[in-house]
Design a protein around this ligand. Structure first.
Ligand SMILES: [Zn+2]
Ligand SMILES: [Zn+2]
Length: 510
């Protein structure tokens, strides 16, 4: 959720007014500042015992630190905020940062801490005098939805129109993260980016596309005006979702999906507005609103309509509804001897012991079929599709994600409507077991092998007739719909069965 530096030069124009607002603030509101900067211990006592365990982003090294909640807010505000924003904007962002931290506590529970220090969660810098003041001024204030800490997002600049959460991330439905005009951007200059077809081709190949890019055009825009889908002629798959395209190019290089495209020979020119995903609070917009006199509550109401500003101390941290958290509401069933560690939200209508039994049986079956074993395996059952999607970054139609020694599972009620818990568990465990031996090979081999061995009965006769095209990595990881995903996975399985029939050795399939 980073705010890149230097995107906010406009604030200068409102400087005089901002100065006036700041002067009034200094004279009538912020008198304690005269006694000196706010100290760590003041922030700690304002945290009322609440802490955030911050760890390194995955793949990076570093150690975990435990910060009092309000010092964490002050540090993230220094990392994510607009440097010269007026106090109301800074305080609104402090509330959003605190809400995010409380709602996502234990997002990294499997890693042994709460939140990481990268853009995956929230970026921290050294706290400054003004960020400490904003944290203290709003201490304990969070936004709630139906009485629980709200799952929310913010980005640098919406460019004039926010987009809803499900437009950016299909399956993420939050009524308070909606499409709305933000009229404070009227004078924003547009940005431009020139890329050659070759450069786009290379970026999409890195994301797993195959073929040769011939042309690119916007196939569909969403109601916020952003590119929802792009047609990439010559590549397989031939279409890519807007946000996935932006991630493939690089989220800082291609600032937003609010762009138009002009192609001139081999050069593709992107002209756009805004910076970031544009879901929820717009940090630049909040700064403009504060500069023209809007207070913290008005700014929050603009970007998070329908949420209640309240104290974290009056809120039950075990949440229901769209709030996606494991955290405090998790009951962990694991004995030291067990190879399977199961985490189930206590709100879920399922017992950890039942999941553990299914998992142990699947692990024994898959282990003997594949000749591989991994222990311990951590299985996280999510309480909602939204929380599953949030934790894994995968679309709503995905049932499980197996990574390293951990498995994330969609809610059991959802699995029951799909392939069922048993087969989903067998596939997920098989995928964990084959991941290392098949590392570096096309993804269809891993997916196909997992699905093939997870079958309860293997009919070898089917295998010989398979003549389907094996799916590319992108077809499996960036499918644009549930139907496309199902089709790609079925082809992966058929391709694997076809190859396996030749060698009878899954490690030899390439
Ligand atoms: Zn993170
Ligand atoms: Zn905006």
């Amino acid at each position: 959720m980073s705010l890149p530096a230097g995107v906010s030069a406009k604030a200068v124009r409102s400087c005089f007014f901002a100065f006036f607002v700041a002067l009034v603030f200094e004279l009538f509101v912020a008198s304690p500042r005269a006694q000196g900067d706010i100290t760590d211990s003041q922030l700690e006592s304002a945290s009322a015992g609440r802490v955030v365990r911050v760890g390194p982003a995955s793949g990076s090294t570093g150690r975990m630190t435990t910060l009092p909640l309000e010092l964490y807010v002050a540090r993230v505000l220094a990392g994510e905020g607009e440097p010269n924003a007026a106090d109301a904007a800074r305080q609104a962002l402090a509330v959003a940062i605190r809400t995010y931290a409380v709602a996502n506590a234990a997002r990294h529970g499997a890693d042994g801490f709460d939140l990481c220090d990268s853009t995956h969660c929230q970026v921290l810098r050294a706290a400054t005098a003004v960020t400490r003041r904003a944290a203290l001024a709003t201490a304990g204030r969070i936004l709630t939805y139906n009485g629980s800490p709200a799952q929310l997002f913010y980005s640098a600049s919406c460019g004039g129109y926010s987009q809803s959460a499900d437009q950016a991330w299909p399956g993420a439905e939050y009524p308070y993260l909606r499409v709305a005009p933000d009229e404070v951007h009227q004078d924003d200059p547009s940005w431009a980016l020139n890329l050659t077809l070759d450069e786009i081709d290379r970026a999409l190949k890195r994301a797993g596309f195959t073929g040769r890019l011939r042309s690119i055009r916007i196939a569909e825009r969403n109601t916020s005006g952003r590119a929802a889908r792009l047609e990439v002629a010559g590549l397989t798959p031939g279409v890519v979702a807007g946000e996935q395209f932006r991630m493939a190019i690089g989220p800082v290089t291609l600032r937003s999906t609010s762009f138009s495209i002009d192609t001139d020979g081999n050069v593709v020119r992107f002209t756009g507005r805004g910076f970031g995903h544009g879901v929820g609070m717009c940090v630049i917009g909040a700064g403009r609103r504060a500069a023209r006199g809007e207070n913290t509550a008005a700014i929050l109401a603009q970007y998070y309509p329908g949420l209640e500003l309240t104290s974290v101390n009056g809120v039950a941290v075990r949440a229901t509804g769209p709030v996606a958290r494991a955290g405090k509401s998790v009951d962990v069933t694991a004995t030291g001897a067990s190879a399977i560690l199961v985490r189930v939200p206590s709100s879920a209508n399922v017992r950890a012991g039942d999941i553990e039994r299914v998992a142990l049986r699947a692990h024994a079956d898959m282990g003997s079929a594949l000749g591989v074993s991994i222990a311990p395996i951590t299985i996280r059952v999510h309480e909602s599709v939204a929380s599953f999607r949030k934790a894994t970054g995968r679309p709503w139609w995905t049932s499980s994600v197996a990574d390293g020694t951990g498995i994330d599972l969609a809610p059991v009620s959802v699995l029951a409507e799909r392939d069922g818990l048993e087969i989903t568990m067998r596939r997920a465990i098989a995928e964990l077991l084959v991941a290392r031996p098949l590392q570096g090979r096309p993804i269809w081999i891993r997916v196909g092998a997992a699905r093939f061995f997870a079958r309860v009965k293997i009919a070898m006769s089917e295998a010989h007739t398979a003549t389907v095209r094996c799916p590319s990595d992108a077809e499996l990881t960036l499918a644009v719909s549930a139907a496309a995903q199902r089709d790609a996975e079925a082809r992966a399985e058929a391709c694997f069965a076809h190859e396996y029939a030749k060698h009878q050795d899954w490690r030899a399939v390439r």
